[in-house]
Design a protein. Structure first.
Length: 347
């Protein structure tokens, strides 16, 4: 399995070489070429932290978008005078993980196959990457002081009808393979903490959106259809509700979680408010100045009627808050989308 490393924009040796990373304190972000990971990496290098990103550039969506994210992080590091390394490799490969975790004081594990609907078509692959990959990464950590932050998901709450969702609610009935894989990830993280003692924090993200959002995610996908005048797939009656959370608010929560130095904990990171599917479409129409052409479709298997985060625990213990209103976040996303489309970087 091939691996490449990049400092700034210079590629170096493959995984077959005997090169190891310098034993210095730094942060490893798996999945750091993706949406949330690249925002986190940018925030950290701008603050002067040394960052290593491990990502296999999976073609789940256009790899060129991920490469541009890496270039953006490298540019931010250059401006701030910080250290940035990019490693192309797979979290299921033991040697890659061993080399990637060398010298790090915090691992933020965001690498995963994402998406509820695709997981229904490929459940075994989702378990392989999201569960086996997580365990392989954990097994590579040999420093008991290394903190581990796991990117989980609000999907673990399944079809819970008691809202808002609280961290100690039952989460033993997931309704998609993706949700099951994320709950399994939390469990293997707990076993790792119990046996090794490393501090572990699991963060349940609630419908993150913002610039660089993955193209198949609802807000990005809907903005594309509205802008291009193509039919927008509209599932159900529009009454389903999501707790949309702006990416900068999520990143602030992840940074706070990185500072935890003991124990095992789970936190919701959400906006603590809900927006219906119809309200989301209306907000996009208003900002983009165009009406959506709706292609009405039945509810999808694996979808849930509502997600809604209680963030009291995160506020109390991490100082977390989500100050970005949905209308403000959508306007920021649309400004980014319009700029990228004008430049020909997205369809």
């Amino acid at each position: 399995m091939k691996e490449r490393r990049r400092a700034g924009q210079d590629w170096t040796r493959s995984a077959s070489s005997a090169t190891t990373f310098a034993p210095v304190s730094l942060v490893l972000i798996t999945g750091g070429a993706g949406f949330i990971g690249s925002h986190l990496a940018t925030r950290l290098v701008q603050a002067g932290r040394a960052v290593r990103v491990l990502d296999n550039l999976d073609p789940f969506y256009d790899v060129a978008l991920k490469r541009r994210n890496v270039v953006a992080v490298a540019g931010a590091a250059s401006v701030a005078g910080g250290r940035f390394e990019f490693v192309e490799g797979d979290i299921r490969d033991r040697e890659t993980c061993r080399r990637a975790v060398a010298g790090v004081d915090v691992v933020v594990h965001l690498a995963a196959l994402a998406g509820v609907r695709p997981s229904i078509a490929e459940p075994s692959r989702y378990m392989d990457v999201n569960v086996t990959g997580t365990q392989t990464l954990l097994s590579a950590i040999d420093n008991r002081a290394t903190a581990f932050v796991f990117g989980s998901s609000s999907s673990v709450y399944g079809g819970n009808t008691k809202v808002p969702f609280v961290e100690d609610d039952p989460v033993d009935r997931p309704v998609s393979p993706y949700a099951a894989s994320k709950k399994a990830g939390e469990i293997v993280c707990h076993a790792f903490h119990h046996l090794r003692g490393n501090p572990v924090t699991c963060l349940r993200f609630f419908t993150v959106y913002g610039p660089r959002q993955r193209p198949e995610m609802a807000i990005h996908q809907f903005a594309r259809h509205i802008t291009n005048g193509t039919p927008l797939p509209f599932f159900g009656d529009g009454a389903s509700r999501r707790d949309y959370t702006y990416v900068d608010d999520i990143v602030a929560g992840v940074v706070a979680a990185m500072e935890r130095t003991s124990g095992y904990a789970i936190y919701n990171l959400g906006g603590a408010a809900t927006t219906s599917l119809q309200e989301m479409v209306t907000a996009l129409e208003q900002v983009l100045g165009k009406r959506a052409v709706l292609q009405r479709l039945p509810d999808q298997p694996g979808d849930v009627p509502v997600t809604y985060a209680c963030v009291k625990k995160a506020a109390r213990e991490l100082g977390y808050a989500s100050p970005t209103p949905f209308a403000v976040g959508v306007a920021r996303f649309c400004a980014w989308y319009s700029s990228e489309k004008k430049a020909g970087r997205i369809p």
